[in-house]
Write a protein that binds this ligand. Structure first.
Ligand SMILES: Nc1ncnc2c1ncn2[C@@H]1O[C@H](COP(=O)(O)OP(=O)(O)OP(=O)(O)O)[C@@H](O)[C@H]1O
Ligand SMILES: [Mg+2]
Length: 262
């Protein structure tokens, strides 16, 4: 028995048959285009993910180089060891994230940590480079250091690492280098301002710096795009702001608890 809705091509006029073939061809073309769009999206996603992971590993190696530059072989301190351990754990977590395709983590398994822990890890990672470049580094807490944050620790380190490294680049050749971090909160969000008195950002570049692959430093233009991506994942936001006495300030705001949408 013929299937319902099926019209035997024998009963179609040549014009109807042509129309049917044309429609089928159109459907095939639409599917081909949709597959191309999906394929391109996947390719773009994988390119970005690979670039983020490569950039992170490069950052960790830069931090490690900082330790090696200043290491006194006859007096290796506990802090030096901690610094190297922190770098290797960043590399391990970046690789783990890469193999998980950078997908947002299940919020139930995210452990809360005190904000001071994030700042100490950043300090450990950058201590040598800040000393080496003679950068006056200040962290101003407008919240208790024990303020709990329940977010993906590694993602936040990656983000602030990228912002710190940019500041360090912007400070090259500047006299009286300053890097200031100010931490505040409202009811649901934590805000971290990272300010430097480096070369600053030209007005025409202010909108473009968050675009993937935009760079004025001959870098890869990946650092800030990664911060944007992390902030999207945690329902936070990164933008340029202003602080008196500084040329560049990044404002990073994200929910204190990972299931809160801001
Ligand atoms: N603190 C800063 N001071 C001045 N310019 C900055 C600062 N931070 C970022 N920028 C500008 O934003 C651009 C993009 O930064 P981003 O971190 O994405 O890429 P990059 O540093 O150039 O390269 P990459 O991070 O991949 O090595 C930089 O090239 C620079 O022009
Ligand atoms: Mg950068």
């Amino acid at each position: 028995m013929a299937k319902k809705g099926y019209i035997n091509p024998k009963f179609l006029t040549p014009a109807q048959l042509n129309l049917k073939i044309q429609r089928l061809n159109e459907t095939i073309e639409k599917n081909r285009l949709a597959n191309t769009v999906k394929y391109n999206a996947l390719e773009n996603f994988t390119t970005l993910l690979t670039a983020f992971a490569g950039h992170d590993i490069k950052n960790a190696l830069l931090n490690m180089e900082g330790v090696v530059q200043l290491l006194n072989i006859n007096n290796v301190t506990e802090e030096d060891i901690l610094n190297i351990k922190e770098c290797t754990s960043r590399i391990r977590e970046t690789l783990e994230e890469f193999t998980n395709l950078g997908l947002p983590q299940d919020t139930n398994v995210i452990e809360p940590f005190e904000i001071v822990k994030l700042m100490s890890s950043l300090n450990i990672l950058h201590r040598h480079n800040l000393l080496y470049d003679i950068i006056d580094y200040t962290v101003i807490y407008k919240v208790p250091k024990s303020t709990l944050v329940q977010q993906n620790f590694h993602w936040l380190i990656q983000s602030f690492n990228n912002i710190y490294i940019n500041a360090r680049n912007a400070l090259k050749g500047v006299a009286g280098k300053k890097l200031q971090v100010t931490i505040s909160r409202d009811e649901t969000n934590l805000t971290v301002l990272v300010s430097d008195n480096g070369v600053g950002i030209l007005p025409e570049n202010r909108k473009r710096i968050f675009e993937p692959f935009f760079t004025t430093t001959k870098g890869s233009g990946i650092g800030l795009a990664h911060v944007v991506r992390v902030m999207e994942n945690v329902h936070g936001h990164v933008s340029l702001s202003e602080e008196p006495g500084f040329t560049t300030t990044f404002k990073v705001t994200f929910p204190l608890l990972c299931d809160t949408q801001s």
